[in-house]
Design a protein around this ligand. Structure first.
Ligand SMILES: *Cc1c(COP(=O)(O)O)cnc(C)c1O
Length: 391
C-alpha cells in the first residue's frame, strides 16, 4: 500500500531521505560548533564535516573544493552568479544572454539588471523546448559578459545542449553560467568537459534538505571574477558571508552521495515508470499533448496538456489523491499560464490545462498504476459532465 495523496511533485521539492536526516542530526546537537572559528574541538568537528562535504560536491562535478561556495539554494546561487559576474565585469560590457524558459530566479535577476541599464537577449526555444545554438552564436557581441542557460528545465524537464553551449562560450571567451538545480545528482555533470564556468546547485530536489545549495565558480582557464552579494564576516573566501550551516551542508553532501551512487539504476527505473504513465495516458485520453522533447528530458519528468478542460479543475478533482502541480510550483495560485509552456508556443488555454508529474526516489510502480487510472477516469468524468451541461 501507499500513502495518499501520492506525491508526484519531485520537480518542486522532494522528501528528505532518512539517511540524509541521520547524517545531519549530530551537527544540530553534539557537533554544533562554528566551523570558521577554530581553536577548540567543537569548531574542528564542524570544520571537518564542511571540508568533507565540499570535497563530495567537488568530486561530483569534477572541480576542486576551493571552487565550491555554499549558499542557501539555487535561487541564491543564480543571483550570486549573475549579479556577481556582472558587477565584476562592468568595464567589459553590458550585454547578457539567457533563454525564455529559465527559472524565475534567473529571469527575474535578468529583468532587474535590465532596469539598471543592461541589455538582454532572451533566446526563444523551439516547440520542443530547445534553444538553437546557432542563434546563440549569432547573438554574441563584443559587449557580452555572460550567458546563462539551464541544464534541465524545472517544468518540462528538457535538457539543453549544454556541451555545445559551453563550447561556443569558451571559444568566444564569454562566461557560461548554468542552473543545474534539476540536473545535479540526476545526470552526469563534468564542468571541465562541458566548459561550464559557474553552476548553481540545490539539495532539496534530490531528497536533501531545503535551504542549502552551492555555486561552482571556476578558478582557472579562465579565472572567474565575482563580487559578493552578501557582505560580512568573509566566509567562503569572501564571496558569501554568513555562518556556515553545518547540518545543511552535511545534508547536501549526503544527498549528493546517495544520488551519485544510484544514478544509473534510478534513471532507468524512473524512465520506465514515466514511459508507462505516458503510454497509458496518450492511449486513453484524446487531445493530450506532451510538453517538451520526448527524449531530451529528465527521466523523472512528464508534462502534459489536456484539451477541453477548465484550468485547475482537474487538479482540484485530484488533489485528495495525487499531489501534482500545474505549470511551475509558484504559479498555481495565480493560474497565470506558465511562461515555459507559452515559450513552446502553447495557447493560453493549453498552457493552463497542464499537469506536471515529477517522479522520484520513493515513487513505486503500484503508485504509477493507480495514478494513470485516476487521471484517465477523472478526465473522462469531467468531460462527460461538461458535455451534459447546457452551456
Ligand atoms: C528549484 C529550482 C530553483 C530554486 O532552487 P531553491 O534551492 O529552491 O532556491 C532554481 N532553478 C531551478 C531550475 C529549480 O528547479
Amino acid at each position: 500500500m501507499f500513502r495518499e495523496p501520492i506525491y508526484l511533485d519531485y520537480n518542486a521539492t522532494s522528501p528528505l531521505d532518512p539517511r540524509v536526516l541521520e547524517a545531519m542530526l549530530p551537527y544540530f546537537s553534539d557537533h554544533f560548533g562554528n566551523p570558521s572559528i577554530g581553536g577548540y574541538v567543537y569548531s574542528w568537528e564542524a570544520e571537518a564535516a564542511v571540508k568533507k562535504a565540499r570535497q563530495t560536491v567537488a568530486q561530483t562535478i569534477k572541480c576542486s573544493p576551493e571552487e565550491i561556495i555554499f549558499t542557501s539554494g539555487a535561487t541564491e546561487s543564480n543571483n550570486l552568479a549573475i549579479k556577481g559576474v556582472v558587477e565584476a565585469n562592468l568595464t567589459k560590457g553590458n550585454h547578457l544572454i539567457t533563454a525564455a524558459t529559465e527559472h524565475s530566479s534567473v529571469l527575474e535577476t535578468f529583468y532587474y539588471l535590465k532596469k539598471l541599464g543592461f541589455e538582454l537577449t532572451i533566446l526563444p526555444v523551439d516547440p520542443q523546448g530547445l534553444i538553437d545554438p546557432e542563434q546563440l552564436k549569432k547573438s554574441l557581441k563584443p559587449e557580452t559578459i555572460l550567458v546563462s542557460i539551464m541544464v534541465a528545465n524545472n517544468e518540462i524537464g528538457v535538457l539543453q545542449p549544454i556541451g555545445l553551449i559551453g563550447e561556443i562560450c569558451h571559444h568566444h571567451q564569454i562566461l557560461f553560467h548554468t542552473d543545474a538545480a534539476q540536473a545535479i545528482g540526476k545526470i552526469d555533470l563534468d564542468v571541465e568537459r562541458l566548459n561550464i564556468d559557474l553552476m548553481s546547485m540545490t539539495a532539496h530536489k534530490i531528497c536533501g534538505p531545503k535551504g542549502i545549495g552551492a555555486l561552482y565558480v571556476r578558478r582557472k582557464n579562465p579565472r572567474v571574477n565575482l563580487l559578493p552579494q552578501l557582505h560580512g564576516g568573509g566566509q567562503e573566501r569572501g564571496l558569501r558571508s554568513g555562518t556556515l550551516a553545518t547540518p545543511q551542508i552535511v545534508g547536501l553532501s549526503k544527498a549528493l552521495e546517495l544520488a551519485n551512487l544510484e544514478i544509473d539504476l534510478e534513471t532507468e527505473r524512473l524512465k520506465e515508470l514515466r514511459e508507462q504513465l505516458w503510454q497509458y495516458l496518450s492511449r486513453e485520453i484524446e487531445g493530450i499533448h506532451l510538453n517538451g522533447h520526448a527524449q531530451l528530458r529528465l527521466a523523472n519528468n512528464l508534462n502534459v496538456s489536456i484539451e477541453g478542460l477548465e484550468p485547475n479543475r482537474l487538479l482540484r478533482e485530484l488533489q485528495s489523491k495525487i499531489a501534482i502541480s500545474s505549470g511551475s510550483a509558484c504559479s498555481w495560485s495565480t493560474s497565470k499560464p506558465s511562461h515555459v509552456l507559452r515559450a513552446l508556443g502553447r495557447s493560453d488555454q493549453l498552457a493552463q490545462a497542464s499537469l506536471r508529474f515529477g517522479l522520484g526516489r520513493f515513487t513505486t510502480e503500484p503508485e504509477i498504476e493507480r495514478v494513470k487510472i485516476l487521471i484517465a477516469e477523472t478526465v473522462y468524468s469531467l468531460r462527460r459532465w461538461r458535455d451534459k451541461s447546457p452551456d
